[in-house]
Design a protein around this ligand. Structure first.
Ligand SMILES: [Cu+2]
Length: 70
């Protein structure tokens, strides 16, 4: 199964704690492999299995964690 990659723009990230919150919120989703957060650009790159309903699952999880994403 080929991994897929989705890039999101995430609001409200200001520090390393935010990066950890965003990373753990995304990694809690079944099928997510890696999460790379770039704090300076507010971009988050997620690699995940093809069965993950991206990007909707990511947007929902991040909104619940307090970080609106698109
Ligand atoms: Cu923070």
């Amino acid at each position: 199964m080929n991994p897929k990659e989705t890039t999101l723009t995430v609001e409200n990230m200001t520090c390393g704690a935010c990066v950890r919150h965003v990373t753990s919120a995304l990694k809690a989703i079944a099928g997510v492999d890696t999460v790379d957060v770039d704090l300076s650009t507010a971009k988050v790159r997620v690699t995940h299995g093809a069965g993950v309903p991206a990007p909707a699952a990511f947007v929902t999880a991040l909104e619940q964690a307090g970080y609106p994403a698109r």
